[in-house]
Design a protein around this ligand. Structure first.
Ligand SMILES: [Zn+2]
Length: 61
């Protein structure tokens, strides 16, 4: 299981994405960012994805 906390990339936000693969995490983050942060799909740049990946951690929970 992989886990990513939105606040780890600088948002004041309690969202946590959980998934089996990095693509699951990206997909959940994209949905979350557009729905809850008013971001557009084109705002999710490779730079942001790199930050998400760097802050995605393995979790047993
Ligand atoms: Zn968030």
């Amino acid at each position: 299981m992989l886990k990513f906390k939105c606040k780890d990339v600088g948002f004041d936000c309690g969202f946590v994405a959980k998934g089996k693969t990095q693509d699951d995490i990206f997909a959940q983050c994209a949905t979350h960012a557009t729905k809850d942060h008013g971001m557009k799909p084109e705002d999710i740049t490779d730079d942001l994805k790199g930050k998400i990946k760097a802050n995605t951690h393995k979790s047993w929970f």
